[in-house]
Design a binder for this molecule. Structure first.
Ligand code: HSE
Length: 299
């Protein structure tokens, strides 16, 4: 038995939805091939140019997730896991999340689908915990379920999808400086004042209503975030200038992707997303910061 799957990269938080909102991207992510071995070893083979991916099963995200699932099923078989990544670890595009989600999905198929999608998300969250110290579900849920996902709650874990406008596109720039989710979670304030909670709640509600009601103006007006953006933006060179530039050039909204340093902008249509991606790339080229841009719909 052998399986090959694609696990999309994701944008977590999506403005005001810290640890709550996630969306899956098109064509960007991990391809994972998994097959049984005759012995009980878990062998990881990275098939790409990211040599820093740990290959020991207990250190590799996909390996950690697979070990937990096999343990739960009381299965002592080994696995070959071949991972091809096209999103760099530390980009803020859910690189660890897509490996965790992809491993959970692929192994569930090999096992004959014993686990529900919520259980797969929980296994994948163990991979996130190992990398970032916190078992956030926003990346892995979006990667496993696709579309736009909302974590209604963590205890118990409750996740659902909402519809979004068909013409909503995304331009992403990854300025290639590394920001670790674990570090970038530590810098956040642990408390928020009542005024901020009210504003944040309004933005969360506004974004959901905007997405479900195809209201691009409301989506844009709701993209402000008072939890992560004010602090993490300091870790991203040129962030405020880049955001201002894309909004002046017709992007609907703009924020940090996950824990950064990638920045994303929503646009009305693909052509606009391409134009905005080009502006972002030119901007970081001018700052002499290597960068990679992507255009995508929600997948
Ligand atoms: N919600 C998580 C965070 C996502 O912002 O730390 C990390 O990609």
């Amino acid at each position: 038995d052998k399986i090959k799957i694609f696990a999309p990269a994701t944008i977590a938080n999506v403005g005001p939805g810290y640890d709550i909102f996630g969306l899956a991207l098109e064509h960007i992510g991990d391809t994972i091939e998994m097959s049984w071995r005759d012995d009980d070893q878990i062998q990881i083979d990275p098939l790409d140019g990211f040599p820093e991916i740990p290959v020991a099963a207990s250190k590799n995200i996909a390996g950690i997730v697979a070990q937990e699932m096999l343990k739960k099923q009381n299965i002592k078989k080994g696995l070959n896991i071949r991972i091809s990544k096209n999103v760099m670890p530390g980009s803020g595009l859910g690189s660890s999340g897509s490996s965790a989600a992809g491993a959970a999905f692929a192994l569930n198929e090999l096992l004959g689908k014993p686990f529900s999608s919520t259980e797969l998300i929980q296994f994948a969250m163990l991979g996130e915990k190992a990398t970032s110290g916190k078992a956030h579900a926003d990346n892995v849920a979006a990667s496993l379920l696709g579309g736009f996902t909302i974590i209604k709650g963590y205890k118990p874990l409750q996740i659902f999808n909402i519809p979004f406008p068909e013409n909503l596109y995304i331009a992403v720039v990854h300025p290639q400086i590394e920001v670790k989710t674990s570090d970038s979670k530590k810098v956040l304030k642990k408390e928020l004042g009542l005024d901020a909670v009210i504003q944040q709640g309004g933005n969360i509600a506004g974004l959901v209503a905007g997405l479900m009601g195809n209201d691009f103006k409301l989506i844009g007006a709701s993209m402000n975030d008072l939890i992560a953006e004010p602090i993490r933006s300091f870790l991203i060179p040129g962030y405020h200038q880049a955001k201002k530039m894309v909004l002046e050039n017709g992007a609907i909204g703009c924020s940090i992707s996950g824990s950064g340093p990638s920045i994303f902008a929503f646009t009305d249509g693909k052509a606009k997303a391409k134009e905005i991606a080009k502006l972002l790339s030119d901007f970081y080229n001018q700052l002499e910061i290597d960068n990679k841009v992507y255009c995508s719909a929600i997948n």
